[in-house]
Ligand binder design. Structure first.
Ligand SMILES: Cc1ncc(COP(=O)(O)O)c(C=O)c1O
Length: 359
């Protein structure tokens, strides 16, 4: 089924920001997508309208019980001026897994992808092309019943907003460099049976205290450990985590507590194709620290839509600091970064059907 949406053009388009000074997620484009869901009617009346504030009841369920979800993806400009998305059907699939977990209605995957494409197309001239920049796409759904009972809502709003964005970590402005990562040994992000695998706002609210601790220690982000033993690696901030110990690249398995990253899946695919030994297995922080002490922790990196491939240069754990690869970007991290961004921006041919063109 193909979808089209009416467009109300913004009569007051904003000046475009300087592509070389873009931060992450702070400036928004001229348009946004809005669509309602009502029980009995399903998703209806999707449309593109001028970007702006929305009116919401103070009793709206999302404001009280956080029944909401979001996705994160990007649009990239190619050298010959096309705009493309990276594996958007995977975001649609993940959206439905999240929705199922928090009792939100499912959405036809094609409806989701069509809405994203139509919105990006409308603001195509906002997609920046400077190195390390892209158009970040934030689809989200909020429960919107004006009622205080704790139950799933009957009315929802789906929206897509867009922001021209620079690097997620300021360290990566101009060139790929390494981050400092705080290993959190007190707070946890997700437990088995919880919402760790779902992209819900509450997961991120619960992470803020640890981020604050990380920043107090001069670190960029948090490496989470498991909820039971505070021992096994989970993920980093809003990315998945990979460690190269000896010749093996390891990452935590998808066991319900970490987000199944689309970048993670892409990295695993590349490692497999390249014949790099790798496994999805439980990795304890002791194993990582021991490897760092013995000089066997060759590389570590975070993978995510926002962070792309962000090599880690230092781990801060229980008051001690452990450097990785002399705080330099490792060869494998660089190769994965170059390959993924190359495919996203059309410099490397897409042989896996990962890219979808918008215009
Ligand atoms: C908690 C968390 N883990 C991992 C990821 C990486 O997922 P993806 O590669 O799909 O962006 C994200 C970002 O969406 C995230 O928020």
């Amino acid at each position: 089924m193909s979808y089209t949406f009416p467009v109300t053009r913004n009569p007051n388009p904003k000046p475009k920001p300087d592509p070389n000074g873009l931060a992450f997620g702070k400036q928004f484009t001229d348009h946004m997508f809005v669509m309602d869901y009502d029980e009995g009617q399903g998703w209806h009346d999707g449309k593109i309208v001028p970007y702006g504030d929305i009116l919401i009841s103070p009793a709206s369920s999302v404001l009280h019980y956080a029944q909401m979800m979001f996705e994160g993806m990007k649009a990239y400009k190619t050298e010959d001026g096309h705009i493309q998305l990276f594996r958007p059907e995977m975001n649609a699939r993940r959206l439905n897994r999240t929705n199922e977990r928090i009792c939100m209605p499912p959405m036809d995957e094609e409806l989701f992808v069509s809405a994203v494409k139509a919105t990006v197309k409308e603001d195509a001239d906002w997609v920046p092309d400077a190195p390390f920049t892209s158009l970040y796409i934030r689809p989200f759904i909020i429960a919107d019943d004006p009622a205080l009972g704790v139950k799933s809502a009957q009315h929802y709003r789906f929206m897509i907003i867009l922001c021209p964005s620079g690097p997620y970590y300021a360290e990566n402005r101009g060139k790929l460099s390494t981050t400092r990562i705080f290993v959190e040994d007190e707070y946890i992000r997700a437990a088995h049976g919880g919402t760790g695998y779902a992209k819900v706002g509450g997961n991120y609210a619960g992470s803020l205290r640890a981020s604050q601790k990380a920043h107090e220690c001069g670190c960029n982000d948090v490496l989470w450990l498991d909820a039971i033993e505070h021992k096994y690696i989970e993920e980093v901030g809003s990315s998945n985590a990979f460690f190269m110990i000896g010749d093996e690249v390891v990452t935590a398995p998808l066991a319900g507590t970490i987000l199944p990253g689309i970048t993670r899946d892409s990295v695993l695919t590349l490692l497999k194709e390249w014949g790099v030994p790798h496994s999805e297995r439980k990795v304890s922080i002791d194993e990582v620290i021991d490897a760092a002490k013995k000089g066997e922790l060759k590389e570590a990196f975070a993978s995510g839509t926002a962070a792309v491939i962000s090599p880690m240069g230092l781990l801060h754990y229980l008051g001690e600091e452990y450097t990785i690869n002399n705080r330099e970007v490792g060869a494998l991290s660089q190769k994965i970064y170059d390959t993924i961004t190359g495919i996203q921006t059309g410099k490397i041919p897409d042989t896996r059907g990962w890219v979808q063109r918008v215009v």
